[in-house]
Design a protein around this ligand. Structure first.
Ligand code: 16G
Ligand code: MG
Length: 555
């Protein structure tokens, strides 16, 4: 057939017969409605078989449409073990577009007998050439449900005649990396797990070779693997590090339960060390989340006090390092930091007033930060929860490379460091392993302890709470979620409460992953932050249709 021509209807019918037959093996529970949320579908694993099959279909269509390889990751990240989820990865390793998120929801919610019509609707709207070849990469996390659910994705791909490559157990960022490598014909790296280790570890070793004063003590890092896939992959990676980093791995999945009282989300929200980990006073520790796309650092001091170094502190460390290198290299590149409303006020002030970098604030969710970061030569983006990475424009990468070739002395040294920094970063998405290597390299090069890093600025005490309401969609926000525009009176109530406390700030937003409204508050003392969060929770409860008992003070 000629490229660009539609196949004769008979071919389409045959393809759809296969879809019909296979779909009967993955039936949708009648009446079940699920939404492609901030990071894909995510709910109890028992409800997801038909979703997985249908996402296999959709990924195949997306591949035909883009004429590129598409990724499907089966994971529910930091959610409990009983949950699972799925997200689609676009050709350059980024999140799937908004329009296709909409198709995902349509396809997921079509009743069994309406599936073919829903499928044909997408094919027509997108004018998809069904004779185009399709390729889908699939990965899964360590949940017990992931094996059969990823099998359902494969069924969906083959029902539409797509080719698949099943990577089995990989972290979410590893799958993003594979998709990008494949679609750049290997320019981004080799599309294998081995290729991933080689690329990032080689860059790490190149970087740390400049840190000649780094002692064995400073090379030690304790990692909480959240009992998830990140732990397995870190074990595989270790041999590639050539002893330049000594990792003590805890919560490696051999005994503990996934994300249970451990992992980056637990540590960030509870502001406590994870269970299952030996935290020696003063020692550098970090936690991954369940699919290893988030990382937070921490230590306890000699008084047993816990100190968290979250995404904001990470963004500050990385952007400071990059800015210094740019100055040393004499390169005039624009560097920006992208945050969300959850960024600690102290970090925002420091970046703006002391570092004087360009700052942007976007809505919660990686895709929003990622898009904003793409607008600059160098865009450092991090959510406070530890999800983030750095994006370099093509022009910026070329300038760095040119300088590394043409210069000498200090400028060359800085350019080479920048080049290896680019190579140690997974630019497709936030990646706990790659972020960890970058942070470890920066600390080694700067000869900086975690305490010195922590002292760059002092976090404002803060508190996050959730409130149950009958319909969280009654809350509408503006200004990157920093202001509530509905229900009437809520923002005024928050403004009134905030005025009572020193250096205070608070906002509320409907969660994109849970049926709750989230409340954030910060102030000059922990007592004030706790009290403000509680009072704002009460305002939400009263003005936005709270259900169950009134929120109680948390501390
Ligand atoms: C998802 C998002 C994360 C965001 C979180 C917010 C991705 C890959 N992940 O985990 O970025 O911070 O949702 O959850 O986009 P919430 O809407 O429930 O507060
Ligand atoms: Mg995650």
């Amino acid at each position: 057939m000629q490229p660009g021509c539609f196949p004769p209807p008979v071919v389409q019918m045959a393809q759809f017969q296969d879809v019909s037959k296979q779909s009967d093996l993955h039936p949708k529970p009648a009446g079940l409605v699920l939404q492609y949320g901030t990071a894909g579908f995510r709910t109890n694993a028992k409800l997801l078989d038909h979703i997985m099959f249908r996402m296999g279909l959709l990924a195949t269509l997306r591949s035909k449409k883009t004429k590129a390889t598409i990724g499907v990751m089966v994971t529910a990240s930091h959610n409990p073990e009983e949950d699972n989820g799925v997200k689609l990865v676009d050709p350059m390793g980024e999140m799937v577009t908004l329009t296709w998120e909409g198709y995902a929801t349509q396809l997921a919610n079509a009743e069994q007998e309406d599936l073919l019509a829903a499928l044909k609707d997408i094919i027509e709207k997108e004018a998809i050439n069904m004779s185009q070849e399709a390729d889908v990469f699939i990965g899964k996390d360590t949940r017990s449900s992931s094996a059969s659910l990823s099998k359902a994705v494969l069924d969906g791909v083959s029902a539409l005649g797509g080719h698949n490559k099943d990577y089995g157990l990989v972290t979410t960022p590893q799958l993003h990396y594979m998709v990008c490598c494949q679609n750049t014909q290997g320019k981004y790296g080799e599309a294998t797990v081995e290729g991933y280790y080689k690329k990032f570890c080689q860059a790490f070793i190149q970087l740390t070779k400049n840190a000649s004063n780094c002692t064995d003590d400073q090379k030690h890092l304790s990692v909480d693997g959240a009992n998830g896939i990140g732990a397995l992959k870190l074990r595989e990676l270790e041999s590639h590090l050539k002893k330049e980093l000594h990792i003590s791995l805890f919560n490696d999945g051999s005994t503990g339960k996934l994300n249970h009282q451990c992992g980056a989300d637990f540590v960030k929200v509870q502001q406590n060390p994870p269970t299952g980990m030996k935290v020696n006073s003063g020692e550098r520790c970090c936690s991954f989340d369940g699919d290893a796309d988030r990382i937070v650092y921490y230590y306890t001091d000699s008084e047993g006090q816990f100190h968290l170094l979250d995404g904001d502190k990470i963004a500050t460390l990385i952007s400071t390092f990059l800015k210094e290198l740019l100055t040393q290299a004499g390169l005039d590149l624009e560097i920006a930091v992208v945050q969300t409303a959850y960024a600690n006020g102290s970090s925002t002030n420091y970046l703006e007033d002391t570092m004087k970098v360009i700052l942007r604030c976007t809505k919660t969710g990686v895709k929003h930060l990622h898009h904003a970061a793409q607008e600059f030569d160098i865009g450092v983006y991090f959510e406070a929860n530890g999800h983030g990475t750095v994006l370099f424009s093509k022009a910026a990468e070329e300038k760095v490379q040119q300088l590394a070739e043409d210069s000498s002395g200090e400028r060359k040294r800085a350019a080479l460091l920048l080049q290896n920094t680019i190579n140690v970063i997974n630019q497709t998405v936030g990646d706990a392993i790659s972020d960890m290597l970058l942070i470890e390299a920066i600390l080694a090069i700067k000869g900086m302890t975690i305490q010195q890093w922590d002292a760059i600025y002092e976090d404002l005490p803060n508190r996050q709470l959730k409130v149950k309401v009958s319909d969280r969609r009654v809350i509408d926000t503006a200004d990157a979620e920093r202001r509530a525009v509905s229900p009437t009176g809520l923002q005024e109530a928050i403004d009134g409460l905030v005025k009572k406390y020193g250096r205070a700030r608070s906002f509320v937003r409907p969660s994109g992953t849970e049926d709750v409204v989230r409340v954030y508050a910060e102030a000059d003392t922990q007592e004030s932050a706790d009290a403000l969060a509680h009072e704002v929770s009460l305002a939400v409860y009263r003005l936005a249709g709270g259900v169950g008992g009134e929120p109680k003070p948390s501390h």
